[in-house]
Design a protein around this ligand. Structure first.
Ligand code: FAD
Length: 460
């Protein structure tokens, strides 16, 4: 492969206590939490809208639950879905259009500089130069991938290089939070990252869309594989599989999930999928998006022609970007596994308490679930160490790309839990920046005290 080395002087536009890269559920909560502790904060988002999967990805309902007192509760109220339960039995998908404004107002109410349509494309770090790998498949971190010994002068991440409509610029931060979902900041900084399960396959990408015109007196709801809703005397999802076997829909679309939204007559459809896509490879994005959009139209026709109550269903909106369940995950000081989540793990350095969701692995190689039996979990904790990229200082990672295995990620990736993660890391970043220490040096008991003082319950 040809490479060209070039040097360039780039303007430093501003300095902050806390820089948050990525304005999804985790990044928004991180930025707001840091600002509420008095830190100067910048939030950098590559799209022209805040919300990540919650808006641009058109994903809903907000699933999962966490312990009392977190920003998750504030946000579900703000988005008009305060009754959402952890698994989606009673929950409704939010109004995505209204969420775009609600989230913008939520952030604008704090002293935060928001950089929209600005992409992080590099990081500034002190210490040994050069980047780590851009993500190896499988759950085993690549040997020698990142700096391993923090004591021996670990690199410190100090700033973000931003691509913008102006010209490239640099933002400097005392503490930086990687809330990009795809862990791009951590990757550029040289963190050890890994992708997918042992064979390298990740959960499929999906384009969610909304249909209106469903007759509520007849049109069923199906929240997913945990649902036994019946149609024509059999389990709806079994009926869908038969329809796929009969060639009415492609086999990969056999799990037709139809969530209610806050508006009667609407359904949020979480069914399209393309397997074998690695979204961190740019040449795979357009072909996947094209397939997903074709599937969306197929599904609209299938529903209209075959499912009672859906005769007049019509697509009214879809994601503006491919929905990515899984991409890179960062190796942190602790790597959490689903067996721990299933057992309801507790940690002395807990920063997210009583998180709850199933291990929801959409089949990386076909329709439905990857595992025969869905793994339920007991309410579990996430330790601060999962948010500290191994061997790097000045950096926290948050949201779906924290340090966990493929199976653990399949549980904590839901939006309620990502919001609580974001809040915890935002508070940690603000405290560390105020004290002039790296997040790793922040006594976790001080963070826990600050969280408890905010009303966040961390212990039973
Ligand atoms: C199809 C699908 C269905 C799902 N269903 C549900 C569901 O029903 N309920 C539920 O609770 N969860 C669901 N999830 C999971 C959930 O949506 C995500 O895991 C969650 O949004 C992760 O939040 P996050 O903030 O970590 O990342 P994201 O929501 O991915 O946000 C990351 C943000 O970072 C930005 N970013 C990335 N790179 C850069 C860069 N270089 N520079 C600047 N900004 C950058 C992105 O544009 C994005 O806004 C689903 C996910 C998908 C894909």
């Amino acid at each position: 492969m040809d490479t060209i080395t070039y040097a360039s002087s780039i303007r430093v536009k501003a300095r902050y206590d806390v820089l948050v890269a990525g304005g999804g559920p985790a990044g928004i909560c991180a930025a707001v939490a840091a600002a509420r502790l008095g830190a100067s904060v910048a939030l950098v988002e590559r799209y022209g809208v805040l919300g990540g999967n919650l808006t641009a990805g058109h994903v809903g309902p907000i699933l999962g639950s966490v312990g009392e007192g977190t920003m998750r509760d504030e946000l579900v109220s703000l988005l008009g879905v305060p009754d959402n339960d952890w698994i989606g039995e009673t929950g409704k998908a939010h109004d995505v259009e209204k969420a775009k404004l609600a989230l913008a107002e939520f952030v604008a109410a704090e002293k935060i500089d928001v950089y929209l349509q600005c992409s992080v494309f590099d990081v500034l770090r002190s210490g040994p130069v050069g980047h780590g790998p851009y993500g190896a498949p499988g759950d085993s971190p690549r040997a020698g991938a990142g700096p391993e010994d923090p004591a021996a002068g670990a690199p410190v991440v100090r700033g973000l290089v931003i691509a913008s409509n102006e010209a490239p610029f640099i933002l400097l931060g005392k503490v930086i939070i990687d809330a990009t979902g795809d862990a791009i900041v951590s990757t550029l900084a040289g963190a050890t990252v890994f992708k997918g399960r042992e064979d390298g396959l990740m959960q499929p990408v999906t384009l969610e869309f909304t249909i209106e015109g469903v007759d509520e007196s007849r049109g069923l709801i199906c929240i997913g594989d945990v649902d036994n809703v019946q149609l024509f005397g059999k389990r709806f999802l079994d009926w869908c599989r038969e329809q796929a076997d009969a060639g009415k829909i492609p086999p990969s679309l056999a799990a037709v999930r139809l969530h209610p939204t806050v508006h009667p007559g609407e359904r949020q459809v979480n069914t399209t999928q393309v397997c074998g896509v690695d979204i961190t490879q740019v040449d795979q994005i357009f072909p996947a998006d094209l397939q997903l959009r074709r599937q969306m139209v197929l599904l609209e026709t299938f529903l209209r022609e075959n499912v009672p109550g859906y005769e007049k269903a019509r697509i009214i909106a879809s994601g503006t970007t491919t929905g990515v369940r899984e991409s890179r995950r960062v190796l942190g000081d602790y790597l959490i596994d689903a067996s721990e989540l299933a057992a309801g793990c507790r940690f002395p350095d807990v920063v997210v308490h009583n998180a709850l969701f199933i291990v929801d692995i959409h089949n990386p190689a076909g329709a439905g679930q990857a595992e025969d039996h869905i793994q339920y979990c007991k309410p579990y904790d996430l330790p601060y160490r999962c948010f500290l990229p191994k061997g790097l200082e000045g950096l926290l990672v948050t949201g779906r790309c924290i340090s966990g295995t493929h199976r653990a990620h399949a549980s904590y990736r839901v939006m309620s839990i990502c919001m609580a993660m974001g809040e915890a890391t935002g508070m940690a970043a603000a405290l560390a920046a105020t004290r002039g220490c790296s997040p790793r040096k922040l006594p976790v008991s001080d963070l826990q005290s600050a969280m408890t003082a905010r009303g966040i319950r961390l212990f039973d």
